[in-house]
Design a protein around this ligand. Sequence first.
Ligand code: NAP
Length: 293
Amino acid sequence: MTATLMDGRALSSKMAEKITADVSRMKAQGKEPTLATILVGDDPSSKVYLGSKHKAAQKTGIASQSHSLPADASEEELVSLIEGLNRDRRVDGILLQLPLPHQFSERKMIERISPEKDVDGLTSTNTGRLFYGQSDLVPCTPKGVMELLHHYKVPIASSSVVIVNRSPLVGKPLYHLLLTEDATVTMCHSKSTDLASTTRRADIVITAVGRRPGFVLTGPMVKDGAVVIDVAMNRVDGKLVGDADFEAVSKKASFITPVPGGVGPMTVIMLMQNTLIAASRQSGLLLSSVVQG
Ligand code: NAP
């Protein structure tokens, strides 16, 4: 078997067209959807990720503001910036770029973002809503993974899904999204034993470890015909690769996401969709086809 590529670039472009049309309609009603990003310090990867988010905002017509603080900023300074953006009626979405420098408690800082503007879906209010299946502002990467599965018509109900990751950003929200759609979900992590025998039973394997060469999803870890979603981003010899041994796994899988070009572009476009949802909820304007799903 040779896997079909799940093309996140093509799907995100298609979604960008719909979002652009919705943004125009919202602007015509006097509301300009606005995303504010916050960068603390000057981590080069964070700058690259933020660059692609601002570019997507520009492409879809969403206004974006870029706020930054020096690496030695205090928690008080960051809280004051977040609270100012919470109060600013022009700002619909606030994205705090992670990771933060070591002197910050990320959890404490995330909780200061108003849940209505939490376009990363990471406050406990929004993760709590997800727990009860009331998904609204859902974390962007898990939301992008679900979009890919839906777009490629991968059966989810009653499927056996293994997620290799238990982080609040990826694994835990995905667990709830998949469970809500009636999958049987197993979560694995660094303390899981005999990982291969678990992943080999899965209809869908979602891997997001990012410790290459410490962890590689090899061909024998995947059953014939499985769907493989590779969320991870590793740099190997200067090249961006996922967790999967792409050559070997794509010979066994029925579908696979490439890295780059799979989950990454979906994450960015989901941020635009969340900003539109936040703008729509806060202004009471237009619930478009995109927003209503
Ligand atoms: P993280 O918090 O470090 O999570 C990594 C997970 O992998 C943890 O649950 C960890 O287990 C598990 N793990 C580590 N070593 C393992 C091993 N040998 N076997 C099995 N599990 C192992 O990172 P994250 O923020 O979730 O991100 C994970 C990866 O996804 C990174 O490569 C990141 O760059 C990528 N990512 C990509 C996107 C995108 O848009 N494409 C978005 C977000 C993240 P423990 O919990 O036991 O430590």
